[in-house]
Design a binder for this molecule. Structure first.
Ligand code: FRU
Length: 592
């Protein structure tokens, strides 16, 4: 397919990623077009072929192959929006690097990138260069603010890409939310820590970027996810630096934690020797028996997701204690737990311990799941098989982090992923939102319960009650809350429809008696169909709560079902609700 212009192909190389490394060099490619299978992958430095066995393609935490191993018989999958790291054991090119990628879907793609201005490994100029690369961010903040699809009650970055919540902590009277942030675009990459603070977990003030990768440092490839703890009055952050993945530490400065001061060297430089791990990231730290404990998300190759346990007296020197808990890639029912577990959260709740992990596999994120069970002798033994934390389809709710609020209650915030393509995210200029903060508790049956924190009610503005069949609300979007109870007997679809003038097909949220599920069908507006089993015999008087917010939907059935989804109405401000088969719906405008 000679038709793809070279300037577009050049965008495959992540800006600023080309660096010298040891005797060779490395760079990242990020396929933002369509998934392709590589049949051959060759590089040329200044017109000279680089032997393909000197080229390694690394899908971080998943697989690594040499260029020579990429063949039509053994193609290498290049998924969308998943940066791959290319390491080359050859001198870096002086003038240009040529990339030849033969693909099954698009034929031969060949393009060159100039390197004559030097390989990007000069920390001296990184600040200035980043300043210029970040310039488009500022006009995009204004564009994002005007975008009616951008949520109001759900936190989103001022513009550009956001993923996992990080370093959640209540500190000196305010809540702090750090988050995975790309200040250079609305797709994943260049991971920094964005920052916001709030008096109540609902009204957020954006703060300056808290942490950036240091060129030449352990986190030159990105500051990945991590947590916060109170170390005798010092807010201390533990996070993963890449590449290779290692664990690092930073100390918050000032009461407002405006910037984080990094410890000069990694505190855990590598995974435990002797373990063949897939991924080694996202520390979660707590205090236990007068010392610190840490779990790190990982996977054991060919075995399944795994959580590695450590201990320390001072947060800086760590001793590996073994595998806290592991999954089984061969067990597909009731829920497949993937090949690697990201973003663990491990904490006591009621009479048990809870482990929450975000399960992923080589094609990317799956969903967030939890286990409850017993923790003794450095092992966690689940009482039951893994269950979903949230029922949103497509792993919408991912990489959550838990923390204790000012009243010592366990709160969880998750990243709500987009259901749209990278091209659409780039067009919008922003991507990703956080869930509403949810309060966690443990049911008598050992199930993890969650519901929005009480304070969410303070966002209720004008109220309306729909008590006629088929009645359409006068209140309209973009941000609404609805509450109703399902009738004891439902033999027809019952719930609310979200209608706009622009869309013939409504979104539907309610109970489907044929399938016995609570569903949120966002397919009419670029979203997905999500379903959660709901037993009306048990749940008939359970309040169903719906939060519609720009392009974010959260649905709760009491504290038993939580379901997050995304939808993309062209005019979310015209969204109105229609009652279908319900005696009454209470409705509020959400005011932030
Ligand atoms: C989860 C995750 C983490 C990692 C971070 C990088 O979404 O992949 O495992 O630390 O995102 O942005």
């Amino acid at each position: 397919m000679g038709a793809v212009p070279e300037f577009l192909l050049r965008k495959l190389v992540v800006p600023g990623s080309l660096k010298s490394a040891g005797q060779g060099f490395l760079f990242e490619i990020n396929n933002t077009f369509v998934p392709v299978n590589l049949l051959r992958f060759n590089l040329r430095a200044d017109g000279q072929d680089i032997p393909s066995e000197q080229v390694t393609i690394i899908h971080p935490g998943v697989q690594s192959v040499t260029g020579a191993q990429v063949t039509p018989q053994q193609p290498f999958e290049l998924p969308v929006n998943t940066p791959m790291r290319i390491e080359v054991a050859a001198p870096p090119p002086q003038k240009e690097l040529t990339i030849q990628a033969e693909t099954r879907e698009a034929g031969l793609l060949q393009f060159s990138i100039p390197t004559h201005s030097g390989i990007d490994d000069q920390p001296r100029f990184a600040g200035l260069r980043n300043f210029f690369r970040r310039l488009p961010y500022y006009p995009r903040i204004i564009k994002a603010r005007l975008d009616p699809q951008r949520p109001k009650a759900h936190f989103a970055a001022p513009a550009h890409w956001l993923n996992d919540p990080n370093g959640l902590i209540y500190w000196k009277g305010r809540y702090h939310l750090f988050y995975q942030f790309n200040p250079f675009g609305a797709v994943w990459g260049n991971m920094h820590w964005g920052h916001a603070s709030s008096p109540d977990l609902l009204h957020w003030q954006h703060m300056p970027i808290a942490m950036a990768p240091d060129p030449g440092g352990a986190d030159a490839g990105g500051c990945f996810s991590g947590c916060a703890v109170d170390d005798a009055g010092k807010a201390t952050f533990l996070y993963t630096a890449v590449w290779p993945e290692c664990q690092c530490l930073a100390v918050g400065e000032g009461d407002d934690l405006k910037s984080l001061h990094k410890h000069p060297t990694p505190i855990i430089p590598a995974p435990p020797s002797g373990l063949e791990v897939e991924g080694f990231r996202d520390p979660c730290v707590w205090r236990q028996d007068g010392e610190w404990r840490m779990v790190i998300g990982s996977g054991l190759r060919g075995v399944g997701g795994a959580i590695l346990l450590y201990r320390s007296a001072d947060l800086r020197a760590w001793e590996y204690l073994g595998i806290l808990c592991q999954g089984d890639i061969h067990q597909k029912e009731p829920l497949w737990t993937g090949t690697m577990w990201e973003c663990p959260s491990f904490f006591p709740q009621g009479d048990r311990w809870v482990l929450i992990v975000s399960a992923c596999h080589s094609d990317g994120a799956l969903y967030t799941l939890y286990l409850t069970g017993q923790y003794a002798d450095n092992r966690f033994t689940p009482d039951d098989p893994a269950r979903l934390v949230d029922f949103g389809a497509g792993g919408c709710y991912y990489a959550p982090q838990t923390f204790l609020d000012e009243s010592n209650r366990r709160v969880i915030i998750g990243w709500l992923r987009e259901a749209r393509s990278p091209a659409e995210m780039t067009r919008a200029g922003w991507s990703g939102a956080m869930s509403l903060p949810r309060l966690l508790s443990l049911g008598a049956d050992g199930s993890l319960r969650s519901a929005p924190i009480d304070k969410v009610d303070t966002l209720r503005g004008t109220r309306e009650r729909l008590d006629q069949p088929g009645q359409i609300s006068t209140l309209h979007g973009p941000s609404l809350e609805a509450r109703f109870t399902l009738p004891t007997h439902c033999d027809q679809w019952t719930g609310v429809e979200v209608i706009t003038d622009a869309f013939a097909q409504p979104l539907r949220i309610g109970y489907d008696p044929d399938r016995g599920v609570l569903l949120a069908d966002c397919r009419a507006a670029g979203g997905l169909l999500s379903e959660a089993p709901l037993d009306l015999a048990v749940e008939d008087r359970t309040p169903i709560r719906i939060f519609l917010d720009g392009s974010v939907l959260e649905v709760f059935a009491g504290d038993r079902i939580a379901l997050a989804a995304r939808y993309y109405l062209t005019t979310p401000s015209q969204a109105r609700l229609r009652s279908v088969g319900l005696a009454a719906i209470d409705l509020w405008e959400t005011v932030v």
